[in-house]
Design a protein around this ligand. Sequence first.
Ligand code: NDP
Length: 242
Amino acid sequence: MSEQLSTALVTGGSRGIGKAIAETLAKAGYQVYLTYVSKADEAEAVARNIVAAGGKACAFRLDVADAEAVAAFFKERIKDQVELDVLVNNAGITKDGLMLRMKDEDFDRVIQTNLRGAFVCVREAAKIMTRQRHGRIINISSVVGQMGNYASAKAGLIGLTKSAAKELAGRNVTVNAVAPGFVETDMTASLPDDVRAAYIDAIPLKRLGTPQDIADAVAFLASPGAGYITGQVIAVNGGMYC
Ligand code: NDP
């Protein structure tokens, strides 16, 4: 068995918000395990840069939509190998479209990745954290999950957060969600200029969020100062929905 290092697992840490979360938690002193599904080079580069800056990080391929692979990952890489202090369920995809035109397979894929993927990770992490009698789980939801906007999975993630918070509180495991507004990442890069301008107009702070804005909220929820917060949704959205 290797040395039991205090570890934060960040799903989808190769780009965007997950990358900023991985870097910020590494600076806070965690060994970071970050996962990716397709962009191995980008994930390896994130891990390498963390190590070059004096931190600890490893990148792993893990499709969170594959429940068996997630269970195997926790068994082989986490259980009895590291102390799992923090799980950040960040991996996500979008297939935005009008409900009347949405295909079943697109709906299912989003639910499988954004909601069931998070559920399976929570379940596997909870087995370890309840035994340790401490842990922090942070789910990345979305402002659309609060407002309603083709957002069944992100709204479901808020329900999952509240249920898991109640179930795990007795073992000193907190579960919270962060709900970003619109953030500058690959996910929003293809927005047409007029749509982007309309979003900015609707944001009281008059700018899109940065990945760091979200990572700072996650780092707070992982910190000792947030030990009495559970079952909450922290909106980080420039005042868009308050
Ligand atoms: P990006 O598209 O920039 O990055 C998505 C990340 O998720 C990548 O690391 C990607 O890996 C990973 N990923 C995608 N599918 C899977 C999968 N099946 N298994 C494991 N990892 C996967 O997204 P953002 O950084 O913008 O978003 C991160 C999270 O924040 C998402 O949950 C998103 O819904 C949420 N969010 C984003 C907002 C925004 O405006 N950007 C607003 C509100 C919420 P790879 O690089 O290998 O493809």
